[in-house]
Design a protein around this ligand. Sequence first.
Ligand SMILES: [Zn+2]
Ligand SMILES: [Zn+2]
Length: 745
Amino acid sequence: MPKLGKVGSDHALGVLTDESCVGPTWSVALPGPLPRLFSYCVPDGARPAPGVRIRVPFGRGQRVGVLWAPVLAEPGLALKCIDSQLDATPLLDTALLDCIAWAASYYHYPLGEAVLAAFPPALRKGGLLSRPGLRLTETGGEALLAEAVRGSRQRQLLQMLSAHPPGVAESELTQFAHAVRQSVLVKEWVERVALPLATGSFQNPAVEPASPKPLNAAQQSAVAAVAADWARFQVWLLDGVTGSGKTEVYLSLIEQVTSAGKQVLVLVPEIALTPQLVARFAAHLRVALVVLHSGLSDSDRLQGWIAAQSGTALVVIGTRSAAFQPFANLGLVIVDEEHDPSLKQNEGFGFHARDVAIWRARSLNIPIILGSATPALESLRNLQLNRYRGLSLPERAGGARLPVISPVDVRGQRMSGGLSVTLIEAVEQHLLAGGQVLLYLNRRGYAPSLLCHACGWVAACLHCDAFMTWHRQSHLLKCHHCGHERAVPSSCPDCQTTLSPRGLGTEQLEDVLAGLFPDFGIERLDRDVLGRKGELDRRLARIRSGAARLIVGTQILVKGHDFPEVSLVGVVDADQGLFANDFRGSERFAQQLIQVAGRAGRADRLGTVLVQTHHPDHPGLNLLLRRGYGFFAAQLLQERLEAGLPPMRSSALIRADGPDAAPPQGLLETMANGLSTDEWVGLSVWGPVEAPLARRAGRFRYQLLLLAEDRGLLHDALNHLDEWIGTRRLSGVRWSIDVDPLDMA
Ligand SMILES: [Zn+2]
Ligand SMILES: [Zn+2]
């Protein structure tokens, strides 16, 4: 029988070091690049269970891992014993473990690494879920009653503990000297206990409570449809135009679920950008709510994680990593802005949070709602195939009308800093009428490149096949692909001529507007601004107060911000999105355009949207502007189906890169040849080709696209590659598999 260490006397819950252990064998998921589980033995007397964290010897060090399942010991094989068990009971239930196993296999990622996604950083490192504390014993209680406690400090300590029967953390008892605590322990008036880490005292964001707006007919029928079918798995696609009040539908459903004591998970693309959503949820829902995202401190993340895992928090709003959050009693999942590509992780564990959430909802047999004004083509396809059920909010809430979107033909027009006379006149007119104006340009910095007009020298990144963006305010040239920065040369390094900016970025647009409209405040919102803590909130406050009447920004503008006074939206450069280099380009462009247009005219003003383009006759743009996203998306989907592109066929992108071009290209060529045999009929192999950004951070990049109608065949091929590559030496070449890739760059 191994000796269990006292809580608080060691770093772990139980100390189980016994070299000659002959206990049961368990498979263990450990972080590392190998896609397999490891076997360890667990001492007799321990209480192993799937989902319990353990610390094990590994190589020369130790690793924190998760017990997976009991396995049969191989005879004659000497196994190492686990060092310690970190949790008394499993932190992840078997349904979640199953989901992680599915995701690791589907996205071809090592299971031991995938499991980590379910834990906050503090628990990944082996932190404990309990803290040492003291509790009054029965003897202590009697002594206190009998007034038998002499020392006044001892009496005060016992009185304090008697007011908190479950116990008080030792860290909160430091006002009592060590000797005092020791003496009451010796007399057995108090005993040591392990206290749960979460005290349940987390607070909702401080907001004024608000009552929900009454629902209109479309909102009511959406709520009623879901509520009529609570008790089973169903994916609902809530297709609501911008400003149609999807949030009210969410809130009403959340209230019903939480009043039944069940939890709700709300996944959003980028929480740091959506303070308004969190504030609205907190104002309307009088239940414990936590927010989970990677911008939180380790300790806040741990507290939120425990609150959700233990069931204390009824509503969890989180970014994509929350898709693997454990819950005590999950009753509903909502994925807001389900089309947003940031729900998918691009590097490492390339899971799509929406698809993981659907898997979990199915395994828990609960409903899931996907909301968007511009649904992803994958979701529209699933609706066509009756895998999803549709809910529609075709009109704006509160009688507001959708904005009128018109192209502005800039061919031959005189332009000032990227703005046509037509757009400048419209801006002036709206400002004078008291409205706010928003100008959208999805390119941060002052200018996308710096050029010598005399000799043609261009500021290019040394490490990438890309130009460096000129950031005038920080006096730097920055590469947006690898992060490389350098000082701005004062003149052309080749011929000493003065350099001139080429192209337009948001910094420059801000300058241009300040020159044209000096009497109106301007705010800029882009990723450069987000880098500074609190800056986004300050800028949003100046916009809401009306102190700023002109707003310039990148796609950050699009993410869930309401600007009720905006009456004009100008899309400065639509051409940027019209001719994208991958097949998802037009879908992305249309989504961004419709979302940014949706910022206009939300309250009682009719909004105007002007779209500057050199291609006013572009058929896609015309269809989008005349008929709206629904028609546009339907046609695009038809084109994809005919071309055999996703979602018609499943896809996976194999990427390889290296310090020289030949090895990664050669590796992918070998793969492509191996998969082009008769054995793989039904599998299309496209490439290898150079990646759109052929060199990044000094590495040459190639890619290979696999497509198959039969998803099983695609995964067989990927498994085959995984096994095959295990036998090869890859000198300096890195490779990865991206299943259902969204970003082809
Ligand atoms: Zn020059
Ligand atoms: Zn670079």
